[in-house]
Design a protein around this ligand. Structure first.
Ligand SMILES: [Mg+2]
Length: 367
């Protein structure tokens, strides 16, 4: 089998009202996405999305004419480009979509087939008042979610902790709350210093007292010693690694026992194949893997397949923060993914990734 064409379609969904992400000083007025379609000489088409694929035209020729089924070679090929340019993991997702179609199996089965669904947590992204954040957690619980994640902005720590406290008071003790400080990577151009270790330790102590299940990315990636000190001093679990750029870096973090939970996004960090290796390395050391999923519905779907296949847990991230971020906005170019009444996100029971692309929406939002 040979790859005969790779099509990239740039999409942009205007956001009205805008989305005020906790990790981004500028409100988002549009949500971009890149849809990757890979065509083969046998007429199969695979789709993927996630990272932007910026600059891919310079490397497209390295893939045309190659065999999509030689997946390890394709992963290595993408890794050689990662050194010089972008991270083209949405292309790998599209290749797995083809592999699944050839095998007649959901991609999750090719990754281990451990589960056909995973419990999802409502992952919030906007800064809201403590009252509004507590109300949103109650509404999420009402909808079936068993857990929520709250993002705290580094310039509004007091408000953030107040939001976690208000949420805990509203939901009671039997509902999981996670907190993300987003200190491990930055939006381009954001050169402000990370939070000092002593301050992070104080925050971690307060959050631990509020029964927070995990504290995500409290420190820069290099500060493995700091992460260990925070864990030892407070007992809180630490999660991280969502955007780590190479498998070598992730392996070093696991070797150093940097975190309790490893979160590489399969379409942003190190790809699908390598994410399975991360999951296995983490599990061998009695640590957890559950990927970051914050791109769009197709990126979430690729993460769902890998996560279900390798038995990730305890929850899968489900980006959800209405009215700013709904499944309809997040998945604007496809049939939106949603949880069932139990709070689980189910793997589609069809060969490949099982995305139902809305081609009218693709045409409407192409830029
Ligand atoms: Mg995060």
């Amino acid at each position: 089998m040979k790859i005969t064409a790779i099509r990239l379609t740039r999409l942009s969904l205007p956001l009205d009202p805008p989305f005020n992400a906790a990790w981004d000083p500028a409100p988002r007025i549009a949500f971009p996405a890149t849809l990757v379609e890979v065509e083969t000489d046998t007429g199969l088409v695979g789709v993927g999305s996630g990272d932007t694929m910026d600059g891919f035209a310079a490397y497209e020729h390295l893939f045309l004419g190659t065999d999509p089924l030689q997946i390890l070679n394709q992963v290595r090929r993408i890794e050689t480009i990662n050194f010089h340019g972008g991270r083209y993991w949405p292309l790998e997702a599209a290749l797995w979509d083809i592999l699944g179609q050839v095998a007649g199996l959901p991609v999750s089965v090719l990754f281990g087939g451990a589960r056909d669904r995973l419990p999802a947590y409502a992952s919030s992204g906007e800064l809201k008042s403590p009252e509004a954040r507590a109300d949103s957690a109650l509404a999420a619980r009402e909808r079936g979610f068993k857990a929520v994640k709250i993002r705290i902005a580094r310039h509004r720590l007091f408000d953030g902790i107040a939001a976690v406290r208000a949420t805990r008071e509203a939901v009671g003790p039997d509902f999981d709350i996670m907190v993300d400080l987003n200190q491990m990577w930055r939006m381009s151009g954001d050169i402000e210093a990370a939070l000092p270790l002593a301050q992070v330790q104080r925050i971690a102590g307060e959050l631990n007292d509020l029964g927070v299940l995990w504290l995500e990315e409290p420190l820069p990636q290099a500060d493995v010693v700091g992460a260990k000190r925070v864990r030892a001093a407070t007992g809180i679990q630490i999660a991280g690694g969502e955007m780590v750029r190479s498998m070598a870096e992730l392996s070093a973090l696991i070797e150093a026992d940097a975190f309790d939970i490893y979160q590489p996004d399969v379409v942003l960090a190190v790809g699908l194949y390598r994410a399975r290796q991360v999951a296995e390395s983490a599990n061998l050391r009695h640590r957890l893997f559950t990927p970051h999923t914050w791109s769009n519905g197709l990126g979430l779907l690729a993460n769902l397949h890998v996560a279900a296949g390798v038995d990730a847990g305890p929850y899968l991230e489900f980006p959800y923060d209405p009215p700013g971020w709904t499944p309809e906005r997040r998945d604007f170019f496809m049939e939106p993914l949603d949880i069932d009444a139990n709070g689980d996100l189910r793997v589609p029971h069809v060969p490949g990734l099982g995305a139902q692309i809305d081609w009218d929406a693709v045409r409407r939002y192409t830029v």
